[in-house]
Design a protein around this ligand. Structure first.
Ligand code: SAM
Length: 350
């Protein structure tokens, strides 16, 4: 046994443990409003933070120390002050910021709660269902995906398809399948008031979030329907079908892709957005791959298997995506030139 290698792995593992523990206290700091209290305040002493936040001072001292030691807060030993810098506040304290990452501190604990169910399913078959994850996961996915979506969808992603933007501006019929809490549906509806956008999902909790946001924002051209993408209406046909981070979660992705092909106008577009990954494990041997395979094991694949599904898994690449689309009858498949570390974008046409 090479002791140096043991020591190196121990260091790697304890780094993972530290990150997991820090993620949990960051979630507590977010939930209690501590991060929002600190945002924009500059350096603050413990007593002042307790007065501002109304939180228990003993807990505060411990959690502020954890966040300072973990590099999330800046600690000044001279004045014994804690500061949340503007840059970190943009990532953790401002839900409206395009850099907001707080959904992840909610999502990872939701994944941990699936551990017993996934372990059971590995022995006995099946999986952990959407119902078992509950509303916590729905909210977390929305909070993790929406910040980028709100800004990038119309500013960076769609402009790679000028013909489509023109059609949306003129007024198009759009289906956003697996819309979840509806941020993509509402972003499209807001940007293209002449278009009619329908968000389809099987999850009533997610759809209720979308409906109330549409009402709040007064978006009459957005609607939500509880319906499986397997039963997407064929008539009248759609000019655009979008699927943001959905296909790999589906029980029967091949059935849905075939249905999308049938529901699209002959000159329509299917915008397929999936996690960015390579087609082989060898291509995915990096931290992003580790995250994808882990989330896939604990969520994406298991929800599909819980429905007797295919369990496609979240980590697959352009070759697999193209084969799936061509099998479903699509003639044209093109990866779009969108720079994005998390997702791959495909223009798929009949
Ligand atoms: C990972 S979430 C993505 C949600 C949203 N598009 C986003 O980007 O945040 C996948 C969504 O697909 C939905 N879904 C799963 N199977 C479905 C089906 N057969 N038909 C429609 N939606 C489905 C789930 O309920 C969930 O909301």
């Amino acid at each position: 046994m090479d002791r140096e290698k043991v020591r190196a792995f121990m260091e790697q593992f304890m780094g993972m443990t530290t990150s997991a523990a820090l993620l949990a206290v960051t979630e507590v700091a977010g939930r209690t409003g501590l991060l929002a209290t600190l945002a924009g305040q500059g350096p603050r002493a413990l007593g002042a933070i307790a007065a501002d936040s109304g939180l228990n001072e003993r807990y505060l001292r411990e959690i502020l120390s954890a966040l300072a030691a973990g590099g999330i807060l800046h600690y000044d030993p001279a004045g014994e002050t804690f500061e949340l810098t503007g840059e970190v506040a943009a990532c953790l304290a401002d839900e409206k910021s395009p850099y907001f990452l707080g959904g992840w501190t909610q999502f990872v604990p939701a994944l941990y709660r699936a551990i017993p169910g996934v372990a059971r399913a590995m022995r006995e078959g099946g999986g952990v269902s959407y119902a078992e994850f509950g509303s916590e996961a729905v909210e977390a996915i929305d909070r993790a995906n929406s910040p980028g979506m709100r800004v990038l969808l119309t500013r960076k992603w769609l402009p790679t398809l000028p013909h489509l933007v023109k059609r949306l501006e003129q007024g198009a019929r759009v289906a956003d399948i697996g819309c979840g809490s509806g941020t993509s549906t509402l972003t499209l509806a807001k940007a293209y008031p002449r278009s009619q956008i329908t968000g389809y999902d099987i999850d009533a909790t997610a759809l209720a979030r979308g409906r109330s946001a549409a009402e709040r924002e007064g978006l009459a051209n957005a609607r939500f329907e509880q319906r499986s993408a397997e039963d997407l209406p064929r008539e009248p046909s759609f000019d655009l079908v979008t699927a943001f981070d959905v296909v790999h979660d589906l029980a029967r992705p091949r059935v849905v892709l075939r249905r999308i092909r049938e529901a699209l106008a002959s000159d329509g577009t299917f915008l397929l957005v999936e996690p960015a990954a390579g087609d082989s494990l060898a291509e995915n041997l990096h931290p992003g791959g580790a995250l994808l395979y882990s989330v896939s094991t604990l969520y994406c694949m298991t929800v599909s298997l819980s429905q007797g599904g295919e369990g496609l898994g979240a980590a697959y690449g352009p070759k697999r995506a193209e084969a799936l689309c061509r099998d479903a009858g699509f003639a044209s498949f093109r990866r779009l030139d969108v720079e994005n570390p998390f997702n791959a974008f495909y223009e798929v046409r009949p």
